[in-house]
Ligand binder design. Structure first.
Ligand code: SF4
Ligand code: SF4
Length: 430
C-alpha cells in the first residue's frame, strides 16, 4: 500500500444560489490581467446547459482529447501518423467563441446616445476586437430557459436524456460550480510533452510550471473538464492552483472562503496510490465511483495510520484527514459524488447532488416525497455524477432525505416513521 494525501473539496449543490461570488473573487485574485481575460479558474454553470467553454461535456466534439486505453492515457483517435501530426497541430482547441469573448459597455455611447423608450441604449463591445457583440450566447444564458422541452429541442442540449419529457410545471434548473478537480489520474499531466504540469507530492494539487511550459497546448484538449486555459500574452498554460499559497498558510481557497451559500467544504483524503490505475481502468463505467471509494482509506484505521507515518505524511495532515468533512461526506456517509466519473481522471472535487424542491410537509408517519418523485430527473443527475448509474444517485438522495427528516423530527418533536427508523438502523449497521 502506497499512501498519499490529497487536498479535496465537496460542494453541496442544494445550497448554491448561483451568485458567482466565488468566480469573481477567484478572478480578482488569480486571473485579473492581460492574456487571462477569458479565464475562469472557477465558474458556475446553469444546468442543464452547455457550460463554459461551450459543450465542454461533449467529448465527441473534442475528439483530439485523450482517452484511457489499457490503463494508459493515449490520444483518442487516429493512426500513428495522425497522432504525430497532432503533436504539432491541435485541431481540437476550444476557440474564443467557445468561451464567449469578454465584453465591456461602450460608456461613451451610454452617455451621448439619443434618448429612446427602452434602456439600456448602448450595446456591448468586444474588448479584443472592438466590434459590437451579437449576444447569442454567454455563460449562464440558460438561466432564462431552464430545461423545458422547447429549450431542449431548440438548443439541442446535450445532457438531457432522451426519455425525459418535461411539462412546464416540471421545469427545473440548478447551479454547478466548477474548478479544476486536481484529479488523481490527471489527463493534463499525462498530455504535457514538456513535463511542465505536475501533481504535487505533498497535497495532490495539480500545477503548471510557468518556467517549464513551452506552449504546446496539449493540456487544453486533454482535460475533459476543459479546466486548463492558454494565456495568449505569455504563451503559457494556466489553471486553478487550488490557492496553494493560502493552503500552505492554513487558509481555505478563495472560492471556499467567499462562498455565500457556505457550501464548499475542504479537507484531506488519504488514498492508496497503488490502486489508482486499477480504479481508472474499471471496465464498467457505472462502477468507477465504487472503485474510487475503494482507494480512499480510513484515516482512523491503525494500519492506515502506521502506513501513513511510514510514507512520511506529517502528523498534522494525518490529523486533518481524521477530522476531514470531505472524508465524512465522501466515504463515511457516501453522500458526495464525483463529476463525470466516466472521464476516468478520478476527480477530487465532489458534489452532494441536489434534492429537488420539497414542497410537502413531513407528516407523522408519512415519508414524502419519494426519491423517484423528485422534480429533477434521476437519470439527469446520474448522467452528471454517476456515469448513468441511477442506483448510485437514488441511494445518495435517499440518504439525504433521511438526514433531512431526522433533523426535522428532532426540531419538531415528531416521531420518526417506521420506514425511516428501519433505514437509520441499516445505515448504523453499515
Ligand atoms: Fe488536469 Fe483537468 Fe483534472 Fe484539473 S480537471 S487535474 S486540469 S485533468
Ligand atoms: Fe454558489 Fe457559493 Fe459560488 Fe455563490 S459563491 S455561486 S453560492 S458556489
Amino acid at each position: 500500500m502506497k499512501i498519499k494525501a490529497q487536498i479535496s473539496m465537496v460542494m453541496n449543490l442544494d445550497k448554491c444560489i448561483g451568485c458567482h461570488t466565488c468566480s469573481i473573487t477567484c478572478k480578482n485574485v488569480w486571473t485579473n490581467r492581460q492574456g487571462a481575460e477569458y479565464m475562469y479558474f472557477n465558474n458556475v454553470e446553469t444546468k442543464p446547459g452547455i457550460g463554459y467553454p461551450k459543450h465542454w461535456e461533449n467529448q465527441e466534439k473534442w475528439k483530439g482529447g485523450w482517452e484511457l486505453k489499457n490503463g494508459r492515457l493515449q490520444l483518442r483517435s487516429g493512426n500513428k501518423a495522425t497522432r504525430l501530426a497532432k503533436l504539432f497541430y491541435h485541431p481540437d482547441q476550444p476557440e474564443m467563441d467557445d468561451y464567449y469573448e469578454p465584453w465591456t459597455y461602450d460608456y461613451e455611447t451610454l452617455i451621448t446616445s439619443q434618448r429612446k423608450n427602452h434602456q439600456p441604449i448602448a450595446r456591448p463591445r468586444s474588448l479584443i476586437t472592438q466590434k459590437r457583440m451579437e449576444i447569442k450566447w454567454g455563460p449562464n444564458w440558460e438561466d432564462d430557459l431552464a430545461a423545458g422541452e422547447s429549450a431542449r429541442q431548440d438548443y439541442n442540449l446535450q445532457n438531457i436524456a432522451e426519455d425525459i419529457t418535461l411539462e412546464f410545471h416540471d421545469l427545473f434548473m440548478k447551479y454547478l460550480p466548477r474548478t479544476c478537480n486536481h484529479c488523481l489520474n490527471p489527463a493534463c499531466v499525462a498530455a504535457c510533452p514538456s513535463g511542465a504540469i505536475y501533481k504535487r507530492d505533498e497535497d495532490g494539487v495539480v500545477l503548471v510550471s510557468q518556467d517549464g511550459c513551452r506552449g504546446w497546448r496539449h493540456c487544453v484538449p486533454a482535460c475533459p473538464y476543459k479546466k486548463v486555459y492558454f494565456n495568449w500574452k505569455t504563451n503559457k498554460a494556466e489553471k486553478c492552483i487550488f490557492c496553494f499559497p493560502r493552503l500552505e498558510n492554513g487558509l481555505p481557497t478563495v472560492c471556499a472562503d467567499s462562498c455565500v451559500g457556505r457550501l464548499r467544504y475542504m479537507g484531506v483524503l488519504l488514498y492508496d496510490m497503488d490502486k489508482v490505475k486499477e480504479a481508472a481502468s474499471t471496465p464498467d463505467k457505472g462502477e468507477i465511483y465504487h472503485s474510487m471509494l475503494d482507494i480512499i482509506l480510513n484515516p482512523h484505521d491503525p494500519e492506515v495510520i502506521a502506513a501513513a507515518k511510514d510514507a512520511g505524511i506529517p502528523a498534522n495532515w494525518l490529523e486533518a484527514a481524521q477530522n476531514s468533512p470531505v472524508y465524512k461526506m465522501v466515504k463515511e456517509w457516501q453522500v458526495a459524488l464525483p463529476l463525470h466519473v466516466e472521464y476516468r481522471t478520478l476527480p477530487m472535487v465532489w458534489y452532494v447532488p441536489p434534492l429537488s424542491p420539497i414542497t410537502q410537509r413531513a407528516e407523522a408517519d408519512v415519508y414524502l416525497p419519494a426519491v423517484q418523485e423528485m422534480r429533477i430527473p434521476l437519470s439527469y443527475i446520474a448522467e452528471l455524477f454517476a456515469a448513468g448509474n441511477v442506483g448510485v444517485v437514488e441511494k445518495v438522495l435517499q440518504r439525504l432525505l433521511d438526514m433531512r427528516m431526522v433533523m426535522r423530527t428532532q426540531e419538531t418533536g415528531e416521531k420518526l416513521s417506521r420506514k425511516l427508523e428501519y433505514e437509520l438502523e441499516t445505515y448504523q449497521a453499515m
